[in-house]
Ligand binder design. Sequence first.
Ligand SMILES: C[S@@+](CC[C@H](N)C(=O)[O-])C[C@H]1O[C@@H](n2cnc3c(N)ncnc32)[C@H](O)[C@@H]1O
Length: 217
Amino acid sequence: MMLTDRLEKIAECIDCKTLADVGTDHGYIPIYAVKNGKCEKAIACDVNKGPLKSADENISSYGLSAKIETRLSDGLEGLGTGEADTIVIAGMGGFLIRDILERGADRLDDNTTLLLQPMVAVAELREYLVKNGYNIFNERLSREGEKFYNILCVRKGKCEYTERDILLGRNIEDDENYGDYVNFHRGVVEKIIDGLSKSTGKEDEIAELKRKLDIMK
Ligand SMILES: C[S@@+](CC[C@H](N)C(=O)[O-])C[C@H]1O[C@@H](n2cnc3c(N)ncnc32)[C@H](O)[C@@H]1O
């Protein structure tokens, strides 16, 4: 099975007994993880019946129904505490991932590994994690064409993230795409500054964005 770079980078971080994939949709992550010995068994969860049906069909076409259970679940609600030692929440917005963690924090035990891959609001998710008793112990970067994806490897605990780490991430500086990634994010901020410069009364916002741009060098 061929995965996109984003899904492959997430799958590479899996090394566990029981995996839960929350918002599984097609079920590719648990299928790949079980097929490649990255976990012994998996629970593919989704809040919607349609995606869960498609996951079911894909799982059965790979002959993996005995090792991958599908489960209708809103966020972490359908999981028992500590039932999965690694939980993937990928392909959703950072605020939705934050809400899923807020509502389901009691389903995590101290050793649960979270692999979080937000599509947007990545910095906001990092900030939430750092301020709410999580340790982002590693990050990975994925590139598909001109799009960049961050994968946050997280457990309960503590970590010290600087403002630059919050904005851009940490432990990804050696990635071959890191330079392009930083330029991409600087470009986004520069475009916002350009837009704001056309209006009056935006001096404070512009000054704050310029400060961030400086940090993102
Ligand atoms: C864009 S897909 C991402 C699929 C896959 N995880 C990936 O990264 O390619 C988002 C999936 O999350 C599911 N979803 C959205 N909110 C959810 C929630 N609160 N709990 C569980 N699944 C959710 C949607 O039904 C959808 O199947």
